[in-house]
Design a protein around this ligand. Structure first.
Ligand SMILES: N[C@@H](CCC(=O)N[C@@H](CS)C(=O)NCC(=O)O)C(=O)O
Length: 351
């Protein structure tokens, strides 16, 4: 493992936080560690190492036995399925908001799948974001008793949020540009942030709306809290990879696109065997690897996408299992519906 030089690490941290860089500093483009050949390293090791959030309901949560589930976890399992035909060939390493980028840059993890927002500073500082796996926005959790329906009613309020996040930056911008004020109290993790909010230290808890669904359910009386419908930012979540490894970047991008294309073609975890037998359309044949040699272009087998659907499911399967109506979260598909169903999720063609 290569150690990131202290100066580069500092500049990197500043850029990732969106803080102004010291005068005349180059953009904090830290030299990537072991940028090339991630697929070969993963194969040689025999498993993928995936950085995830320590615990965001529906995205990545370990159970009592240490088994991880969630949309981000499924994404890592999908990668492992494509590479090893084994969704269990993954080691999950929880990452704090502050440490996540250094973990990727230093080579501790192969991919970061951690409710992480794609921004220009992050993209140019340390990593690439191959595909948007979840479209979100920043929201607010407030006590119903405050009778607040709009964010601007939080003028002069105290707001709890987590350090090292886009949340912190967006909030300051949004209030300032509207001539409103707030005081912010920041914490190192979501447990502390929620604890402070619940204890009455803050009037509101702000983070990505998708996280607030689970955070509300963790309170002692979820019915006493409401998530405001308004979102004050764009939070496109994307897996992160190190810069400089095009093959790995393609594999990560096309893992997501395969899950979308499978959903669009009606190939699900529960019907893939039948779809394979009947494979009528050329689209389905290409996704299942029965026609063309698309997997080889990624350094994978012909059935790479079929492995993903067989072991993990298509994007809709994963969304329903982790976030949908059958779960306690009940997060609507919204922007994450397929493009032909009113959403933004759009898989380029496999051909
Ligand atoms: N999407 C935002 C926020 C991501 C983030 O770190 N969210 C917090 C608040 S829910 C989180 O994941 N916390 C988990 C933890 O600390 O255990 C970003 O990329 O900066």
């Amino acid at each position: 493992m290569r150690v990131v030089r202290p100066k580069a690490a500092l500049l990197l941290a500043l850029a990732l936080l969106g803080a102004p860089l010291p005068a005349r500093a180059e953009p904090a483009k830290a030299e990537p560690a072991r940028a090339e050949g991630t697929l070969a390293q993963v194969k040689a090791r025999g498993h993928l190492v995936c950085g995830v959030s320590p615990g965001v309901a529906g995205f990545s949560v370990p159970d009592g036995q240490g088994r991880w589930t969630g949309l981000d976890v499924d994404f890592c399992r999908a990668l492992a399925a494509a590479i090893f035909d084994d969704p269990e060939a993954v080691r999950f390493i929880p990452q704090s908001s502050a440490a996540r980028f250094t973990a990727l840059q230093s080579g501790e993890i192969d991919v970061l799948a951690r409710n992480t927002t794609w921004t220009l500073s992050r993209d140019t500082a340390a990593m690439n974001f191959p595909a948007i796996t979840f479209y979100d926005g920043q929201g607010f959790l407030v006590r119903k008793s405050l009778d607040i329906t709009q964010v601007r009613q939080l003028d002069r309020a105290t707001i709890c949020l987590q350090q090292g996040t886009t949340t912190e930056l967006n909030l300051a911008d949004w209030f300032r540009t509207r001539g409103l004020t707030q005081s912010v109290v920041t914490f190192a993790n979501s447990e502390q942030t929620l604890g402070a909010y619940e204890s009455g230290r803050c009037d509101a808890y702000s983070t990505d709306q998708s996280s607030l669904y689970g955070e509300r359910l963790k309170t002692a009386h979820p019915d006493e809290h409401v998530i405001l419908s308004e979102a004050i930012s764009k939070e496109p979540f994307a897996p992160g990879v190190r810069q400089g490894d095009d093959q790995w970047r393609d594999i990560v991008a096309w893992t997501h696109y395969a899950m979308l294309d499978a959903e669009e073609a009606g190939i699900r975890q529960d019907n893939i065997a039948q779809m394979r037998r009947e494979a009528l359309s050329p689209d389905v044949k290409r996704i299942l690897g029965l026609e063309g040699a698309y997997g080889a272009r990624l350094g994978l087998t012909a059935d790479w996408a079929a492995r993903i659907v067989r072991h993990v499911g298509n994007y809709g399967d994963s969304f329903a299992r982790n976030l949908g109506d059958a779960t306690p979260l009940k997060i609507p598909r919204g922007l994450n519906a397929l493009w032909n169903q009113g959403g933004l999720q759009y898989g380029p063609p496999i051909r």
